[in-house]
Design a protein around this ligand. Structure first.
Ligand code: SAM
Ligand code: SF4
Length: 355
């Protein structure tokens, strides 16, 4: 059975004003104590028999590549892994070099996810990113020469001032790097962020739809197959960790704000690094809250997640009357329904018609 481990690293050099993730820019002195707490927390879970060998590990953030590589790898060393496990670390391009990646690879990391976002300097500045496209080239070269098995490029479309031609430049430059995996996300306005407060910079739905269609055209044209609404990969390079989430698999999250799921019970950890460290030091639970998914909700969520992937859902998951209304948005094939490209743009509309 697949089993995932997520490790959250809540530190960034600066905060992007569209980001609502649990991350801080003024907590560098906490890095050491935080990584110590992660090691203790994971070791206890192993000792208590709560941590079967992971088939995938995902270190996300924040900016995991901001903490010293040897210290990050020493946290990974505490996690039991199954043979052939996928081990991903999220990296910001300007924090990656060959020495860091050599340490990662020696520590079992076989995949990195690079937060590229755009390959157009003006768009990167408008997004408040600190790197330039050259940093992306250097990071990809370093990943290849260090022998990292696979890598992902994270892209964002729909930021203020980004033209369709800018997005095309980003896609073409990304494809020219011959990536095994690309994630392309529509910029989302997250409540409470500076972006949310500035309506003039809010993305436009039609513009984002055009950009999504261009992404599908360029990425699939380059041999990257779409396997979830926002994810494209070459054969053998899908992100197994995300596939586990989409298949409602079991995973344990370590670190502040990390989420976990086991057999229909979902819970999430204390949000700040300080409270997480305190709880671990006192051997108290790091859990902030939990919810139990009933059988019906679990089944419906499973269908909604599957519909977003190229696996699709059984034909009888949709009311035959609704099927007529969804003409052009879904196609039936081999007893399963899958979203068409147009349907992917309206996935939420289709999801509410599942039963
Ligand atoms: C939370 S970040 C962590 C990785 C790294 N710090 C970075 O920013 O590249 C993971 C990804 O989430 C995406 N992301 C964050 N905030 C977003 C938003 N408001 N809308 C769309 N995508 C977002 C970005 O593509 C980013 O690469
Ligand atoms: S670098 Fe990544 S995690 Fe950090 S603030 Fe920006 S988007 Fe959020």
């Amino acid at each position: 059975m697949p089993f995932g481990v997520y490790v959250h690293i809540p530190f960034c050099a600066r905060r992007c004003d569209y980001c609502a993730f649990a991350t801080w820019t003024d907590r560098a002195p906490l890095m050491g104590p935080y990584l110590d707490a992660l090691r203790v927390d994971i070791r206890r879970a192993v000792e208590r028999g709560q941590l079967p060998p992971a088939t995938s590990v995902f270190v996300g953030g924040g900016t995991p590549s901001l903490v010293p590589a040897a210290a990050l790898v020493s946290v990974l060393a505490e996690i039991p892994t199954a043979p052939g496990a996928e081990v991903t670390v999220e990296c910001n391009p300007d924090t990656v070099d060959r020495a860091l990646l050599d340490t990662y690879v020696a520590g079992g990391v076989d995949r990195i996810s690079l937060g590229v976002q755009s390959m157009v300097p003006e768009v990167l500045s408008a997004l408040g990113r600190s790197h330039d496209p050259d940093a992306v080239h250097r990071a990809v070269d370093a990943a290849r020469s260090a022998g990292v098995r696979s890598f992902n490029l994270d892209l964002i479309y729909g930021g203020a001032g980004e033209t369709l031609a800018d997005w095309e430049r980003t896609l073409d430059a990304a494809v020219a790097l011959d990536p095994p995996h690309v994630s392309a996300y529509a910029l989302t306005v997250e409540p409470g962020t500076p972006l949310a407060a500035d309506e003039a910079r809010h993305p436009d739905d039609d513009d984002q739809a055009d950009k999504y269609l261009l992404a599908e055209e360029r990425l699939s044209g380059a041999g990257l197959a779409n396997y979830e609404i926002s994810n494209w990969a070459r054969a053998g390079h899908r992100c197994r960790h995300n596939e586990l989430y989409w298949q409602q698999g079991d995973y344990l999250g370590f670190g502040c704000a990390a989420h976990s799921h086991r057999a229909g019970r979902r819970w999430w950890n204390l949000r700040t690094p300080e409270r997480y460290i305190d709880a671990v030091l006192a051997d108290r639970s790091t859990e902030a809250a939990a919810e139990e998914l009933g059988t019906d909700r679990r089944r419906l969520e499973g269908l909604q997640l599957a519909l977003r992937t190229s696996r699709g859902v059984p034909v009888d998951a949709l009311d035959p009357a609704d099927l007529d209304l969804l003409d052009g948005l879904v196609v039936a094939d081999g007893g399963r329904l899958r979203l068409t490209v147009g349907g992917r743009l309206l996935a939420n509309e289709v999801a509410v018609r599942l039963r």
